[in-house]
Design a protein around this ligand. Sequence first.
Ligand SMILES: [Zn+2]
Length: 148
Amino acid sequence: MSVAVQAAPDARSTMHEARVAMHPGRDLPRLEQFAYEMLCAASRPPVASIRLRAAALEPARLARVADSSASPGIPLGYELWLDYLFELEGMHRHIAFSPRALTAVELAGLQALNRARARFLREHTFCPHCEAANRRPARTCAHCHKEL
Ligand SMILES: [Zn+2]
């Protein structure tokens, strides 16, 4: 007697598929937007010491200054994946490896970083005095207030 064995839903493969579908590397529009936001946050110069001293007079204000230097609103999964991609991109400058050594998700992520960086460079200009990034078409630097 033969018994037809019907495949029961494999919970492990279903969870694996859900994890792959939710991977930040597969959501390229948001990944690119968050990469752009990380570049903007990284380009801000450190808060001037005079502002920090002023904030120290009011501790709640100091906490707000510290919070503003982080990457606000970027979900942790995207932030971790972007950190990995920035690291991978940095390694690529020192170690030559073929695009075939990368997974499709890594390659798509690096391409998203390139698009985000190109947008950042298109939309910003750098101050010749303090090197802070300013949004175009600013005429004076938002950080040192000198003419661009
Ligand atoms: Zn400046």
